[in-house]
Design a protein around this ligand. Sequence first.
Ligand code: NAD
Length: 333
Amino acid sequence: MRHVVTLIPGDGIGPEVIAAARRVLEASGAELEWEVVEAGETALQKCGSVLPSEVLESIRRNKVALKGPITTPVGTGFRSVNVALRKELDLYANVRPVRNLPNVPSRYQGIDLVVFRENTEDLYAGVEHTVDEDAAESIKIITRKGSERIARAAFEYARKKGRRRVTAGHKANILKLTDGLFLRCFYEVAKDYPEIEADDRIVDNLSMQLVQKPEQYDVLVLPNLYGDILSDLCAGLVGGLGVAPGANLGEEAAVFEPIHGSAPKYAGQNKVNPLATILSGVMMLEHLGENEAASRVMEAINAVLAEGRYLTYDLGGSAGTQEMADAIVRRLE
Ligand code: NAD
């Protein structure tokens, strides 16, 4: 079956890692056709908008996209295109698997957990205002609908993948109304999954435990902000941002992207690790039902990692982005 996929190269290192992933996915055996659209700084320069309507139209039409990272100015400038995309398409579940890969240097072994981050509300709703010169406020929004559907997504995943436990992270001891609602919804949804253990941790304690005993966690479910922060921490447990993939899932569409940003200081240097984007592509193949192609890419990645000859700088090697992708493509041919 032929799949039309929206392809967003993005900013900074985005075009390089997307080009690498595209070549690998094309060699996977799946029949893919790309519809390339620009978003972010690149789109702003070309057509005067960071999120042209054709981007949303393309994703709505194809229902699936592979996306490179997009730069968001810090403190000033336009609002995050990533946040806008997730809100516009109601991509409410941000799924970030965290797993050790062969030959990837890491402080821990035996890590295999998945972070479910709520992707549309919390402090990322962007309801912020200036009170006066010396004060500003931001409103944290948590709803029953948002909390129930992310909890359900995590439990459904656990059931499908035969996982044993889902842990909610929160700060309901302090934020009794917002995080309190998130936690209540979590336990209400958990009743529909009696075979799966459900428990919770206050997010500061969870952070410490993830550093000390990460192997004891299985599936984590968190509101947006904690999920954003802890999923980067989790990426650090297994080798860093260069190997951390992600998916943004909703009822109508799915957008796959590495969890790392546009790393502007490395842009155009053919230096960064393409694996996070390639692994996001593997998640996309599985989503499309192309399980055989996904397995083939995973085998090729594992073989290249085990061989250890074509690794990027973050994995202790000196290969460039495209050389590492070439090595994976050769294993697929
Ligand atoms: P970043 O993830 O871009 O980079 C932080 C550091 O991580 C880099 O300096 C590099 O050392 C390492 N790194 C990242 N990707 C790597 C890779 N593929 N291989 C090897 N090392 C890698 O984070 P940042 O510098 O905080 O953010 C830069 C920009 O990206 C900001 O504008 C931010 O808003 C944006 N951003 C976008 C997304 C997204 O599009 N989904 C996500 C996060 C950040």
